[in-house]
Design a protein around this ligand. Structure first.
Ligand SMILES: Cc1ncc(COP(=O)(O)O)c(C=O)c1O
Length: 362
């Protein structure tokens, strides 16, 4: 192994404490986690250790200046029990894009691959069997320099934790625009999975929830007119049999689910337009009965139908979800590829393979 991993196995597994029929997103964490350190320009001290609290200095620069990035991916249990990942290389590339934007070191392919595979293999019994459930995998990195001054940092931790998770949304979502808040603007960090992007949305999200909505539908930061994305999802609309989604302009996250759906749609010969989408165009199409479907896409939620869009005083009600085939078909196809119940002509499904854990511990 290029990055030798030392494994310390837990003495007490918590697996039996989990009620796999009542999984909530982010409530349980599996027995182990992966931790590596960036010191003197190299990734060193790679460990898989029992999940637990971490010691670090209260002067760590991540705590003060938010130099933190993360990824979100899932491991699925295939029909024969094999743990499966979905396009894990896409997450590595995006993690490294985020790292570069935030002035952090990148993670080489070998480190990413071995850390993910060995950790998931070791905790493979934590991958739920229940329909629609999976093991959520959260790689993240933060600066650990013990220094309260703003300067480029030199010390980082790269960690992966995993969490058995059920469906993120069990019903369609209602979204509203908020013109007095902005999530991202050109030249900013909207395309990065930087922690601050999410921290800054907590207040708007709370206000949205108070108004009876599930998420904010973000508008662009300049004209407050063009749709960007929803909370932790990219967004798609179907108007006159054409599928529309905001273009990748540096302000939205380049979703793995987004890319996968565009590929599926184009391969069916369906017209997909990646472009600026004016919120007024959506309202108008809704009024004229031409807005056939709207849905959010993301690793956590897969594909989730939108039932209502509100912008200022305008409310657009989408047709009842049972009458909409677009989101449902796409979700079934994508989930089928992920769970190994449908053919995967794209090679997106990657079986988890272990050299170390399989050879040494099992
Ligand atoms: C802001 C944001 N947009 C979109 C997505 C969807 O991306 P993906 O499909 O890769 O999960 C996510 C989730 O990662 C997100 O956090």
């Amino acid at each position: 192994m290029k990055f030798p991993i030392h494994i310390e196995r837990t003495e007490v597994s918590h697996l039996h404490e989990v009620d796999f029929n009542q999984l909530q997103f982010g409530k349980w964490y599996s027995d182990h986690m992966f931790v590596a350190e960036w010191r003197h320009g190299r990734w060193v001290d790679c460990h898989i250790i029992p999940f637990g609290n971490l010691p670090f200095s209260p002067a760590s620069s991540a705590l003060h200046y938010g130099q933190i990035i993360f990824e979100g991916m899932k491991a699925f249990r295939g029909p024969d029990g094999t743990p499966l990942l979905f396009r894990p290389e896409m997450n590595r590339l995006r993690f490294n894009l985020s790292a570069e934007r935030m002035g952090m070191p990148t993670v080489p392919e070998a480190l990413w691959h071995d850390a993910l595979n060995e950790l998931i293999w070791l905790d493979r019994r934590w991958i739920p069997q229940q329909e629609g459930a999976s093991l959520y995998v959260r790689p993240f990195m933060f600066a650990t320099d013990r220094f309260i001054g703003i300067r480029p940092t030199e010390f980082f931790k790269f960690i992966i934790i995993t969490s058995p998770a059920g469906l993120y949304y069990s019903r369609p979502v209602k979204v509203l625009t908020m013109e007095h808040y902005v999530r991202a603007f050109p030249g900013g960090v909207g395309y990065a999975k930087a922690a601050g992007n999410y921290g800054a949305t907590m207040l708007p999200l709370r206000e949205a929830l108070q108004q009876g909505y599930d998420q904010v539908l973000w508008l662009d930061g300049i004209e407050r007119r063009y749709v960007q994305e929803i909370g932790t999802m990219n967004v798609f609309f179907v108007i006159d049999e054409t599928v529309l989604t905001p273009e990748l302009d540096g302000t939205i996250l380049e979703g793995v689910t987004r890319d996968s759906l565009i590929t599926l749609l184009k391969d069916k010969g369906i017209r997909v337009e990646e472009r600026k989408i004016d919120i007024n165009e959506l309202i108008q199409a809704g009024r004229e009965g031409r807005l056939q479907d709207a849905f959010g896409t993301g690793t956590a939620a897969s594909v989730v139908a939108i039932s209502e869009i509100r912008h200022r005083q305008n409310t657009v009600q989408l047709p009842p979800v049972e009458e909409r085939s677009w989101w449902k078909q796409l979700k079934a196809e994508l989930d089928g590829i992920k769970y190994g119940t449908r053919p995967d002509p794209y090679g997106w499904r990657v079986p988890v393979q272990s050299k170390l854990v399989a050879a040494v511990l099992n």
